[in-house]
Design a protein around this ligand. Structure first.
Ligand SMILES: O=P(O)(O)OC[C@H]1O[C@H](OP(=O)(O)OP(=O)(O)O)[C@H](O)[C@@H]1O
Ligand SMILES: O=C(O)c1cc(=O)[nH]c(=O)[nH]1
Length: 221
């Protein structure tokens, strides 16, 4: 990825991810069991300035897409538990700040990993999804399991999934059926979601490797 071609807000987001230790380089085991030379831990956007950098980048990406010839109009941003939750909620706030006339009344919603059996109950927190256009906001796609689960939950509640926005497109391929041969001609994980559900899958950044130094997590205070 060449940083010289990035728009300023994407560059700021990339710098925050690297300087905040969110994007790390080394050897990491992914959910798919694949070993990756980098890892994007959205849980590390825990400091105010870092959270603001990512919510701004999501919000500006959404605004850009919705001013293009292929808009993705939505009523609710949905953040899959757990790491998607602060991403969706902070992005709704940022959208309302940047474009109050268009986004002042968009809503957020997220799921519980385990249904609650007392109080208000259920496994969705936030705006009711029934009949609403829902854009999923999350960190990355590896094999696509988390996004498929989120789509299932949203549809079960009667919501209409109109798209997915991730922070980083890792450009992952689906795991090969007989062990993980990186040279096996497997289809793209994001491409399969696009095809299967007929929805756009967008990203702030596309990362296909690169020699960038990572850092440890951010200091608070
Ligand atoms: O495309 P996949 O194969 O699903 O892998 C990627 C997802 O896995 C992780 O979330 P996880 O489901 O572990 O939940 P978390 O937010 O609680 O970490 C990660 O945050 C991604 O969203
Ligand atoms: O595949 C994963 O588990 C994964 C990859 C990544 O970059 N970030 C993350 O939180 N999970």
């Amino acid at each position: 990825m060449s940083s010289t071609t990035l728009s300023p807000y994407k560059l700021e987001f990339l710098e925050a991810a690297i300087n905040g230790g969110v994007l790390k380089f080394g050897s990491f085991e992914l959910k798919s069991k694949r070993i990756s030379p980098y890892f994007f831990n959205a849980g590390d956007f825990y400091r105010a300035d870092l959270l603001r950098a990512i919510s701004t980048a999501y919000a500006k990406t959404i605004i850009e897409v919705n001013e293009s010839s292929s808009p993705v109009e939505f009523d609710i941003l949905f953040g899959p538990a757990y790491k998607g939750i602060p991403l969706a909620t902070s992005t709704v706030d940022k959208l309302a700040e940047l474009k109050p006339e268009k986004y002042g009344s968009v809503c957020y919603s997220f799921d519980r990993k385990e249904a609650k059996d007392h109080g208000e109950g259920g496994n969705i927190v936030g705006a009711p999804l029934k009949g609403k256009r829902v854009l999923i906001v999350d960190d990355v796609v590896t094999a696509g399991t988390a996004k498929r689960e989120a789509i299932g939950k949203i549809r079960y509640e009667g919501g209409i999934v109109v798209g997915i926005l991730v922070a980083l497109d890792r450009m992952e391929k689906l795991p090969a059926p007989n062990g993980d041969d990186p040279k096996a001609p497997m289809p793209s994980a994001i491409g399969e979601i696009r095809k299967e559900y007929g929805i756009p899958v967008l990203s702030i950044l596309t990362l296909n490797g690169g020699a960038v130094e990572g850092k440890e997590g951010a200091d608070c205070g």
